[in-house]
Design a protein around this ligand. Structure first.
Ligand code: SN0
Length: 315
C-alpha cells in the first residue's frame, strides 16, 4: 500500500480489519518489518489519539518515529504555486514535503479543513500536495474531508463487538458549540456503506452530508426512528455541507441520553473523541456500561498498525 487516504485505497476492508485484530492478538510479530525504517508524523492541527496510536503502532513494528507539530514548531507553509513569498509564509510545500521525503520512508499528515471554501477543502489541496511532493508513501492522519484511520478502527471495533452477523449501525448528529469538519462522519459513512452492516444516518434538516460519501445509507431527520433496534450508535457533530461550514442554533435535544437508549437493542455507543461532555454526549452515557469510546480509541493502534504493516511490505 502506497497511499492510505480513504476507503478507496483498500481492496478488501474486512480483510484489513481482520489483520488489525490479528495484530491486536500478536502486537510484536512483525517487529523486524520496520527495522531501520522511519515514519514522520506531521501535524498541522492538534491530536491526541492519532498521534499516540500511530506512534505506538510504528514502534510495535520496530520503526523509528519522528513527530513534527508543524502548526506550532514548523515554518509557516506556502501552498500557492507562483506565490511571491514576501509575507507571512516562510517555506513552500514543494521544498518542505520533498525534504521530509528525504528523512522518512513513510509520512503521515494531518490537515483540517478551513471550513470557508468548500471547493478548496474538498479538493484536499494540502494533503494532495504532500503526496505529490514528498515522494514516499503517505498515510492520512485526518485530512479536510476524511479520517480513514479512525474509520478503520471503528470498523475493527464493530467487527470485534458485534453479536449478530449484520448489525444495525446508526450515525447520529450531536450538538456542539463550534463548527466542526465533516471529515469523521464522511469517512465513517463511506466505510459503513461498504461494511456488512445495515447503516442509517440521522441528522437535523440542513446537516445532510455530501452524497458522495453516503450512497447506500438510509438517511433520516428522525433520530428516534433511526435509534430503534440499533446495535451501534456512532455519535458525532459536524457543520453543514450546504451552506458550507455553517451551524445553526438549537437542536440540543439531539444529545444522546439513557432514556433514548431504551428503544435500541442495548446499543453500544461510539465516538471518535475528543467529546464535549453534556453537550455532545451525556455523562450518564459516557460513564455507563454501553459506552465503548475508550475501547474504540484503543483499537486505533491496531488499525494504524495494519496500515503501516502493509505500507512497509510495499517499500
Ligand atoms: C475534530 C473533528 O474533525 O471533529 C477531530 C476529531 C478526531 N474535532 C475537533 O476539532 C473538536 C474540537 C472541539 O473544540 O471540540
Amino acid at each position: 500500500m502506497k497511499l492510505f487516504s480513504s476507503v478507496h485505497d483498500v481492496n478488501d476492508i474486512n480483510a484489513l480489519a481482520k489483520e488489525a485484530l490479528e495484530l491486536k492478538r500478536n502486537p510484536y510479530s512483525y517487529q523486524h518489518l520496520g527495522k531501520n525504517k522511519t515514519i514522520a508524523l506531521i501535524f498541522l492541527n492538534p491530536s491526541l489519539r492519532t498521534r499516540m496510536s500511530t506512534q505506538k503502532a510504528a514502534m510495535n513494528l520496530g520503526m523509528n518515529v519522528m513527530v513534527l507539530n508543524m502548526d506550532k514548531e514548523g515554518w509557516a507553509l506556502e501552498l500557492q504555486d507562483g506565490a511571491v513569498m514576501n509575507g507571512a509564509t516562510v517555506e513552500h510545500i514543494r521544498e518542505a514535503a520533498a525534504v521530509m521525503g528525504e528523512y522518512a520512508d513513510i509520512i503521515g499528515v494531518r490537515s483540517f479543513p478551513g471550513l470557508k471554501d468548500r471547493e478548496l477543502d474538498y479538493s484536499e489541496d494540502i494533503f494532495n500536495k504532500f503526496v505529490k511532493y514528498c515522494g514516499v508513501p503517505v498515510v492520512s492522519l485526518e485530512s479536510a474531508t476524511r479520517h480513514p484511520l479512525q474509520s478503520l478502527a471503528d470498523l475493527v471495533t464493530i467487527e470485534e463487538l458485534k453479536t449478530k452477523a449484520r448489525p444495525n449501525v446508526v450515525l447520529t448528529w450531536a450538538p456542539h458549540v463550534k463548527a466542526l469538519p465533516q471529515a469523521v462522519p464522511n469517512s465513517f459513512a463511506e466505510w459503513m456503506c461498504k461494511a456488512d452492516v445495515d447503516f442509517t444516518i440521522a441528522q437535523p434538516e440542513g446537516y445532510e452530508l455530501s452524497n458522495g460519501f453516503t450512497k447506500g445509507a438510509h438517511i433520516t431527520h428522525n433520530q428516534e426512528e433511526a435509534l430503534k433496534d440499533a446495535d451501534f450508535i456512532y455519535v458525532k457533530n459536524w457543520s453543514a455541507y450546504e451552506p458550507y461550514g455553517k451551524v445553526t442554533v438549537g437542536h440540543e435535544d439531539w444529545m444522546l441520553t439513557n432514556e433514548k437508549l431504551k428503544i435500541t437493542d442495548n446499543a453500544k455507543v461510539m465516538h471518535c473523541l475528543p467529546v464535549r461532555r453534556n453537550v455532545e454526549l451525556s455523562d450518564e452515557i459516557l460513564d455507563g456500561s454501553n459506552s465503548v469510546v475508550v475501547h474504540e480509541a484503543g483499537n486505533r493502534v491496531w488499525a494504524a498498525q495494519a496500515v503501516l504493516k502493509r505500507m512497509l511490505e510495499s517499500l
